[in-house]
Design a protein around this ligand. Structure first.
Ligand SMILES: NC(=O)c1ccc[n+]([C@@H]2O[C@H](COP(=O)([O-])OP(=O)(O)OC[C@H]3O[C@@H](n4cnc5c(N)ncnc54)[C@H](OP(=O)(O)O)[C@@H]3O)[C@@H](O)[C@H]2O)c1
Length: 252
């Protein structure tokens, strides 16, 4: 896609699932990739995979709950590759599941710190660099849980994912005249390690499958393609948009 080759993509949660697949897709399109997440061994494996494909990548051990680590990761990216053109703020958790009356305040705070504050902080440091450059594109990863809920005990996830849509719109409005675009994606159920959380509960997987209009969940590649498009020249007039990638789930 036009506008990706030679640019620099910074991906939080780039060592697994949707983030990993998107990192590989960016590399395939000729972008340099910086991965920020906690599990170093997984991150290094993705870097090796990208290098084998002839691409350039680094892993920066980062906890998105820690502002100083995000700031350092953004600096390291710019130091290594010279710019930060795309920020894919994707790190997130779905854990643990439980009804509001049973979940602890710690569970709530953990989700808020990673899924919402982590995205806000990532944007904060990315935007500072993008303003210096006079250009940049942000894609935040929300969920269909940013639009609707389920009866599976996901209130922290619902709240934070609704919030991600809100702060993406704020970002789009604040930066529209500064050469920066921001959009948010809402994937439906995607086959990644995050879905293992469901396997550990007594929720019948058939119940989840029955909700899918296409009779299947999505694959991470089906999300990665949209992220790449949103960062490409083809999406030059897309700003503040909420893009649903859910096989029709929210249309039911
Ligand atoms: N799978 C789905 O059905 C689905 C649907 C809609 C939206 N999403 C969203 O997609 C995003 C990626 O999830 P996934 O499905 O690809 O699951 P995943 O494979 O479990 O990936 C989650 C990623 O987030 C990172 N992460 C979690 N906490 C972090 C922290 N404190 N600091 C830095 N990185 C952190 C993880 O890396 P480390 O643990 O190594 O830090 C991992 O790379 C999440 O935001 C999720 O909510 C997923």
């Amino acid at each position: 896609m036009k506008g990706i080759k030679g640019k620099v993509a910074f991906i939080t949660g780039g060592n697994s699932g949707i983030g990993k697949t998107t990192a590989l897709a960016f590399a395939r399109e000729g972008a340099k990739v910086a991965l920020a997440a906690r599990r170093e061994s997984l991150g290094n494996e993705v870097v090796e995979e990208i290098k084998k494909l002839g691409g350039e990548a680094i892993f920066i051990k980062t906890d998105v709950q820690k502002p100083e680590q995000i700031e350092a990761a953004v600096s390291k990216t710019v130091e290594t590759f010279g710019s930060l053109d795309f920020g894919f703020n994707n790190a997130g958790i779905l854990n643990p599941l439980g009804t509001i009356d049973k979940l602890s305040l710690e569970d709530w705070n953990d989700s808020v710190k990673t899924n919402l504050t982590g995205v806000w902080l990532s944007m904060k440091y990315e935007i500072r660099q993008m303003v210096k450059q006079g250009s940049g594109i942000i894609v935040n990863n929300s969920s269909t849980h940013g639009l609707i809920s389920t009866p599976f005990g996901v209130s922290p996830y619902d709240a934070t994912k609704h919030g991600v849509i809100g702060i993406t719109k704020s970002c789009a409005m604040e930066n529209a005249k500064r050469g920066i675009r921001a959009n948010v994606i809402c994937p439906g159920e995607i086959n990644t390690p995050m879905m293992d959380v469901i396997d550990k509960t007594n929720i019948d997987p058939a119940r989840i499958l029955a909700r899918q209009p296409m009779g299947r969940g999505g694959e991470p590649e089906e999300v990665a393609e949209m992220v790449i498009f949103l960062c490409s020249d083809g999406a030059s007039f897309m700003n503040g948009s909420t893009i649903v990638i859910d096989g029709g789930l929210t249309a039911t």
